[in-house]
Design a protein around this ligand. Structure first.
Ligand SMILES: [Zn+2]
Length: 222
């Protein structure tokens, strides 16, 4: 039963990775490259079967297709994992969009993360995250570092915007109070997650600009 549940959750995560990539970014450069080289592989192998000497070129194209496909797939899996943890805590579907490896990193980013407001003033359901934030958040809980937890906090903050809050101080306070739950959803124990949330409140929060601090914020029970 537990195994069944895990498998179905894994399939859900895979499904949201695929629909996420299609729905929110149409397709990534890596996916396009993988498909292009896969098509070249097929064409070369068909030509080889007809007696042309394209087998070697075709094999190279096939290997490049696999490599590009792997980059795309591992990125999509990371986004699915972060999306799942953020959504579970936010109570709404949060689609995490990590800055694409290599190609996306050419684009300048505005800060660690952002959620766009729609024309009607409501908040979009896509949390755009800087590449470094994505990889640091994904390294939690294996990496129990300040950077990894701060990235988990940023993920929580953006999830707070997706819930519909545009105000920075209110969103940041919600993140202070809920980042431990996201940290736990990513696989850390509760005591460790709560300890880290307290660390953020003591060490990082006071250094934020007043836009984010508002009238101050506490974690209940602390
Ligand atoms: Zn914000």
């Amino acid at each position: 039963m537990a195994e069944q549940l895990r498998t179905s959750r894994r399939i859900d995560a895979m499904g949201s990775a695929v629909t996420g990539a299609w729905h929110h970014r149409t397709m990534t450069v890596w996916a396009v490259l993988a498909l292009g080289f896969a098509a070249a592989f097929v064409a070369a192998m068909v030509a080889a079967a007809r007696g042309r000497s394209t087998k070697f070129v075709g094999s190279i194209a096939g290997l490049i297709a696999l490599a590009c496909g792997w980059v795309w797939w591992s990125d999509a899996r990371m986004e699915a994992r972060l999306s799942e943890a953020a959504s579970a805590v936010a109570g709404v579907q949060v689609h995490v969009d990590c800055q694409e490896p290599f190609f996306g990193e050419w684009m300048p980013t505005r800060g660690a993360g952002r959620v766009d407001a729609r024309d009607d003033g409501s908040m979009d359901d896509v949390a755009h995250l800087d590449r470094k934030i994505c990889t640091a958040a994904a390294s939690w809980p294996e990496d129990d570092t300040d950077d990894a937890y701060t990235a988990v906090h940023v993920l929580t903050h953006e999830a707070g915007h997706v819930r519909g809050e545009a105000n920075e101080a209110a969103t940041e306070c919600w993140a202070v109070q809920n980042s431990a739950r996201v940290a736990e959803a990513l696989g850390a124990s509760r005591p460790r997650s709560e300890r880290r949330a307290q660390w953020y409140l003591r060490a990082v929060f006071p250094r934020m600009s007043s836009t984010y601090r508002g009238d101050g914020c506490t974690i209940s029970g602390s």
